[in-house]
Design a protein around this ligand. Structure first.
Ligand code: ADP
Ligand code: AMP
Length: 227
């Protein structure tokens, strides 16, 4: 089985607060991709009071990563769901080399391949500003009080539900998350660069410009795939 030309299997990589979720919201309007955000899945599990949620809680609140075996299990299970068969957008997974290895193995087993890894990069000093102004809807849509405000303050543009601030968006937790990113996740830049999959985007540009550049890259990749 080979990857069909139109299948887009994408990974969004970058530090917390770089704008991965923001770009994911926009890309999902362009392409019918299954959106797989492990952070959203873990928050949902916590909200529902499941065992998984309880296991994840202390790690998340400290700004630590949830153990690989837990996250790999939920991410790969979600990847094998029907709606992910024709393409997916991974956001926040993989975050460690063992997670990336597990994903590669699963893709090989399924006879599929990653189309591209979209690195959205932003300098550390901008991250805290971004995260402190972040507001999210219950469904996970992302806004910023200053940079990307909703049309009606405090309400989601899409479903009108109240916007909230995430628990782990407090400044002291943000610094721990950033440190973890540099230690455990940034080696994936090299990992995917070596595989020729990495595409770099300057996340300090306005959201619409980052989106335009990603779309242009994806258009080129799809053309290359059809040749
Ligand atoms: P991530 O998913 O990478 O953690 P988010 O997409 O949640 O990051 O973005 C973090 C915050 O920064 C949000 O409040 C979002 O509205 C804002 N943001 C995202 N992209 C940009 C951008 N290009 N310029 C300015 N602010 C942005
Ligand atoms: P996010 O919504 O992607 O910022 O993730 C929020 C938190 O969930 C992270 O700080 C981690 O504690 C946890 N998490 C999400 N995805 C992963 C992952 N792939 N590996 C380990 N922990 C994760």
């Amino acid at each position: 089985m080979s990857t069909i030309a139109s299948e887009l299997n994408l990974i969004l990589l970058g530090p917390p607060g770089a704008g991965k979720g923001t770009q994911a919201d926009r890309l999902r309007e362009d392409f019918p991709l299954a959106y797989i955000a492990t952070g959203d899945m873990l928050r949902e599990a916590r909200a529902q009071g499941t065992d998984l949620g309880a296991q994840a809680q202390e790690h998340m609140d400290r700004g630590d990563l949830v153990p690989d075996e837990v996250v790999i299990g939920i991410a790969l299970e979600r990847l094998s769901a029907d709606d992910a068969r024709d393409g997916f957008l991974l956001d926040g997974f993989p975050r460690t080399v063992p997670q990336a290895d597990a994903l590669s193995e699963e893709m090989a087993n399924l006879g599929r391949r990653i189309t591209a890894v979209l690195l959205v990069d932003v300098p550390d000093e901008e991250i805290v500003r971004r995260i402190s102004g972040r507001r999210v809807s219950k469904a996970g849509r992302t806004y910023h009080v200053e940079y990307d405000p909703p049309k009606h303050p405090g309400r989601c543009d899409v479903d009108g539900t109240p916007l909230e601030q995430r628990e782990d968006d407090k400044p002291e937790v943000v610094l721990a998350r950033l440190k973890k990113y540099h230690q455990a996740t940034s080696p994936l830049i090299d990992y995917y660069e070596k595989q020729g999959l990495l595409r770099h985007f300057d996340g300090s540009l306005p959201p619409v410009e980052v989106h335009d550049k990603i779309r242009a890259t994806l258009a080129t990749l799809r053309l290359e795939d059809e040749l």
